[in-house]
Structure formats: structure tokens, C-alpha cells
Design a protein around this ligand. Structure first.
Ligand SMILES: Nc1ncnc2c1ncn2[C@@H]1O[C@H](COP(=O)(O)OP(=O)(O)OP(=O)(O)O)[C@@H](O)[C@H]1O
Length: 340
């Protein structure tokens, strides 16, 4: 388990002090894939560099499996760092070494004997699907393959934690998907805890269990992927979500809202099995309310259906209100859009 308490990082510059990370608290369970998303300058890189103490915090603590990294002597910190793997946006492979020798590198540093490290590196390269590329050089590989070498190298010392710093940001969508699938597979097989930093919500949606939204060095919102997608609170979170699913109201509907008309316009968000239930026919049958579907979409978040429906409800106001209460009683999220 990772426990981050009151973590801050200040950079002193000519113009004053930049609070890159500002009193951040976070707990991440073992075996979890935690995504941290934020705009440029939010503090993502600073945070991830502090998690293995490549960057010294100004204050606060980082506790991994019971050990506070900020209190370790430099030799103990070196040992602790071996249990924290890291992968990077630009892969950071050694260009003059073969794929096999790149993966052997951290084992060499850890003093592992040649036969043993060779065997281990081959096993890891088989795990990431590169058993046939051992003698290739990084320049002979695609971006996705380079990142797989990076992942194999990061796993060499059998880490408990894997830090991913924008690891898919330089990859095309197909390689991104394959890399994320690989991360999920190694998490399952090795019970790794993965902290994944990104500015792309698609990445979070694809693979993370939970997400934290970072803005100006603070986590402004966090929760399970399904909760955050179904019920985002902050504007920044909504903005990230709308980059992957239709979250904002279409212009056509905003115009419609400005026209005077009877009835109420509502937005229903569905999650999981609820997408299959016959709620609309219930409104018509039991509440004598007409439901005109103006807009709808169904997406999937990690194989769970997630949908939005915008309905124009017409009928007696008391009946409309009762029908909204009914929908809410079914654990659906219902927003009345009248004042949008
Ligand atoms: N070494 C440094 N010296 C001074 N200021 C820094 C330093 N590193 C980062 N900063 C500042 O700290 C803030 C957070 O930067 P950081 O690189 O962590 O953000 P980020 O979320 O990773 O951004 P990006 O997505 O653009 O990489 C920014 O205002 C940045 O200018």
C-alpha cells in the first residue's frame, strides 16, 4: 500500500516560489492501477518523480508498504528504489545496447550474475511478447515495441510498484491499447501496484481502477472510474471526460432549451445493467408521461455499459415530477436541464 501524506514540492525561482505539489494526500491499495490526470503544469511529473525520490519533497511523507521513503538512508533508498519500476514517454532505452542487454541492465547494477540475469531478461522479454527480438537494437523497433522493452526492464528487479510517466503519449492508438493491455496483464500476474500519469482520459478509461484529477498541485477530485465518469463534480473533470464520451450537451439541445415549451427536459445517466431496463415505457405506462428521446448514447467503460439519455417529458407537472422521483428511486442519475 502507498500512503502519501501532506506532500509538497516548492520550486524557488527568480519570480518567487512555485508550489508544484501542494499538500497532497493519497492512499493507493496494493494491486491497484491508479491514474493521475491533469493539464500541463498541474504537477504530474513532479509528483511521479517524488514517488521514487528522484525529486526530494519539500515536506510530507511517502510510505510504501510500511516504509517511509523520505526517512531512508541513501543505501536503503537505493534498495527501496529497486522495488519501484518506472516507464517513460520516450522509453529511455540505451541505444547502443541490444534489447536483451537493455533489460539486463538494472540486474547488472543490482549485481546479479550473468547467467541468472540473462535467463531473467529472456523470461521478461517473452512475457512482453518480444522473445524474437533479443538481439535487435532499439532503433530497429517500433514505438510500441520500445515501450515493451521499457516495461520488461522496469520489471527486472521484481518491483512492487510501477510508475508510468505518460508511457503511451508517444504511441499510436493501437500501440497505446496494446501497452495498456500489457500493463493490466502484468498487474494481474504480478500483483503490481501501478501509478499511471497521463493527460489523456482515454488511457484512464481503458485501464485504471481509480483516478485522481490533479490541478495546481492538488487532487481536486478522485474516485473509482465508474463513479467519476458517471458523476463528475469539477469542471476540469467534466472537461477530461467529455474528451472521450459525449458528456456536454449537444448545441442542438441547448438551443431547444431556450425555446419556451411545456414539460421538462431531463438527462439520465445509466451505468451497468440499468442500460437494459425498460424505464421509458414505465414512464408512459405508469405515469401517463410522454417521453420524447432527444439524444442518447451508450459507451463502455472497462466492459461496463455507460449511457446518457436526454428526454423531453410532457404531461401534467405533478406526473412529470412523480416520474422523475421514480427514476431516481431506481438509482439512476437524473438531472433536470431546465436551467442549463
Ligand atoms: N525544476 C523546476 N524548477 C522550477 N519550476 C519547476 C521545475 N519543474 C517543474 N516546475 C514547475 O512546477 C509546475 C509543475 O510542473 P510539472 O512538470 O510537474 O507539471 P506536469 O503536470 O507534469 O506538466 P506537463 O504535462 O506539461 O509535463 C509547473 O509550474 C512547472 O513550471
Amino acid at each position: 500500500m502507498i500512503k502519501i501524506k501532506n506532500l509538497s514540492k516548492n520550486y524557488v525561482v527568480k519570480q518567487g516560489i512555485i508550489k508544484a505539489i501542494d499538500g497532497l494526500n493519497l492512499e493507493i491499495e496494493a494491486g491497484e492501477i491508479f491514474g493521475m490526470i491533469g493539464p500541463s503544469g498541474a504537477g504530474k511529473s513532479t509528483l511521479i518523480r517524488m514517488l521514487n525520490l528522484l525529486e526530494q519533497p519539500s515536506s510530507g511523507s511517502i510510505n510504501i508498504n510500511g516504509t517511509d521513503l523520505t526517512e531512508l538512508s541513501s543505501s536503503n533508498l537505493r534498495a527501496a528504489r529497486q522495488k519501484i519500476g518506472m516507464i517513460f514517454q520516450h522509453f529511455n532505452l540505451l541505444t547502443s545496447r541490444t534489447v536483451l542487454k537493455n533489460v539486463e541492465f538494472p540486474l547488472e547494477i543490482a549485481g546479479v550474475k550473468k547467467n541468472k540475469r540473462r535467463k531473467k531478461a529472456k523470461k521478461l522479454l517473452a512475457l512482453v511478447g518480444l522473445a524474437d527480438r533479443l538481439d535487435h537494437y532499439p532503433a530497429q523497433l517500433s514505438g510500441g515495441q520500445k515501450q515493451r522493452v521499457g516495461i520488461a526492464r522496469a520489471l527486472a528487479n521484481e518491483p512492487d510498484v510501477l510508475l508510468s510517466d505518460e508511457a503511451t503519449s508517444s504511441l499510436d492508438p493501437e500501440s497505446t491499447k496494446a501497452t495498456l493491455e500489457l500493463l493490466a496483464k502484468i498487474r494481474d500476474e504480478m500483483n503490481l501496484t501501478i501509478i499511471l500519469i497521463t493527460h489523456e482520459m482515454e488511457v484512464i478509461k481503458e485501464v485504471c481502477d481509480r483516478v485522481g484529477v490533479l490541478e495546481s498541485g492538488k487532487i481536486i477530485e478522485s474516485g473509482s472510474i465508474l463513479d467519476i465518469f458517471a458523476n463528475p463534480q469539477k469542471d476540469l473533470t467534466k472537461k477530461f471526460i467529455s474528451s472521450v464520451i459525449d458528456f456536454e450537451l449537444p448545441q442542438r439541445i441547448i438551443k431547444y432549451l431556450h425555446q419556451k415549451r411545456p414539460g421538462k427536459l431531463i438527462r439520465i445517466s445509466f451505468l451497468g445493467e440499468k442500460t437494459h431496463a425498460p424505464y421509458i415505457s414505465d414512464l408512459v405506462k405508469h405515469y401517463s408521461v410522454d417521453a420524447n428521446i432527444l439524444y442518447g448514447n451508450i459507451d463502455e467503460i472497462q466492459a461496463v455499459p455507460f449511457g446518457t439519455l436526454i428526454l423531453d417529458l410532457e404531461g401534467k407537472l405533478t406526473k412529470i415530477e412523480a416520474s422523475i422521483d421514480y427514476l431516481r428511486s431506481q438509482d439512476l442519475r437524473v438531472e433536470v436541464l431546465e436551467d442549463v
